[in-house]
Design a protein around this ligand. Structure first.
Ligand code: GFB
Length: 320
């Protein structure tokens, strides 16, 4: 076991972004940590507004913060709304990190993304690959914002001595995902496409791009568990990759989703849509050195995500 450096028990813990897929998974995971969970509602606090964030922080004084608030989306949404992905994410993270410093927050964990790494980084991607090459153009706006978040945590650590850390999750999926076909990530899109084709008796589904890109996937409950673990056992300058350690091609993923859903038709390709980065497998070595490993296989996780899609509710209990 890794040593516990920070205990969440009895603490007031703010989950910024508690309604999102990651934030809601962190909320589920924190149920067994004996802490008081604080949340903010979009209609009361616009996290892009510094005065509103400052006022809330001063009034509620969280002791720990999970910074899971973000504008997120799949490859097409990233490509189509560069200003929103850059502005919203920069503002939210800068406001929260600065307000947390001013309010004396004891520990903060910032959540980034594996797209921070160069498009052609050596695989598996080690944390030190950050800023060693050019980014993937479809998501460079989001990536720049997330790199700025890492740098904010490092800068406030260095200048102000605060314990702010960063975790970089790989491509996540699970309950609470966005199933809108234009803005979603690949897993929810494939679940929806395969399900609707099965129900309507279609002979084929169409996936974007060649199907050749390789991606690493992690169930959001594994990600939440890793974040809580890092909050307790890690204190350091470097961001930490949070992944499964394995990757698959998009075509392999599509076949798996079709098996889980029970769709046995053809798989067509829309080559007008981008492939994005050719491969994005992160090194899991640092996280494993803190004695953490995922519990949910891709097969189990996709089955869980499909149950959540069908039932519209949280289905699996791998934790707690
Ligand atoms: O999940 P996804 O949108 O994100 O796409 P990225 C992954 C791969 O799946 C790409 C292919 O090669 C897509 O072309 N794909 C195939 C599809 N069919 C579909 C489909 O129906 N919908 C979608 N969405 N993809 C995102 C970044 O990149 O990853 C974000 O844009 C973020 O910034 C996120 O980092 C984790 O892995 O390409």
């Amino acid at each position: 076991m890794s040593d516990i450096l920070y205990s969440l028990a009895g603490k007031r813990v703010w989950i910024a972004g508690h309604k999102g897929m990651v934030g809601s998974a962190i909320a589920r995971r924190l149920e067994s940590e004996n802490c008081e969970i604080l949340t903010t509602d979009r209609k009361d606090v616009d996290l892009r507004n510094q005065a509103q964030v400052d006022a809330w922080m001063t009034a509620f004084r969280p002791q720990a913060v999970f910074l899971a608030a973000a504008k997120v989306g799949g490859i097409l949404a990233n490509d189509q709304f560069p200003a929103d992905f850059l502005y919203d994410n920069l503002m939210m993270e800068a406001n929260i990190i600065h307000a947390a410093y001013k309010a004396g927050v004891e520990k903060l964990l910032f959540l980034g993304s594996s797209c921070i790494y160069p498009k052609f980084a050596s695989q598996p991607i080690v944390e030190e690959a950050l800023l060693t090459g050019t980014l993937e153009p479809t998501n460079e706006w989001y990536a720049i914002a997330k790199i700025a978040g890492i740098k904010l945590c490092q800068a406030y650590r260095r200048q102000h001595g605060v314990d702010f850390i960063s975790a970089m999750p790989t491509n996540l999926y699970g309950p609470g995902d966005n199933f809108d076909l234009n803005s979603s990530h690949v897993v929810p899109a494939l679940i929806r496409k395969a399900h609707e084709a099965k129900i309507s008796g279609k002979l084929a589904i169409t996936i974007w791009g060649t199907g050749n890109p390789r991606r690493e996937f992690l169930h959001v409950d594994d990600c939440a568990d890793a974040c809580v673990h890092l909050m307790k056992v890690y204190s350091g300058d470097s961001h930490i990759n949070v992944g499964s350690g394995d990757d698959v091609t998009i075509l392999e993923l599509t076949k798996l989703v079709c098996d889980v859903v029970g769709f046995s038709g053809e798989i067509d390709h829309d080559l007008s849509k981008p492939d994005g980065t050719p491969r994005k497998l992160m090194s899991a070595t640092k996280l494993r050195s803190f004695n953490w490993a995922p519990r949910i296989s891709l097969e189990e996780g996709i089955a869980d995500a499909y149950r959540a899609f069908l039932g519209g509710e949280y289905a699996m209990r791998a934790y707690g």
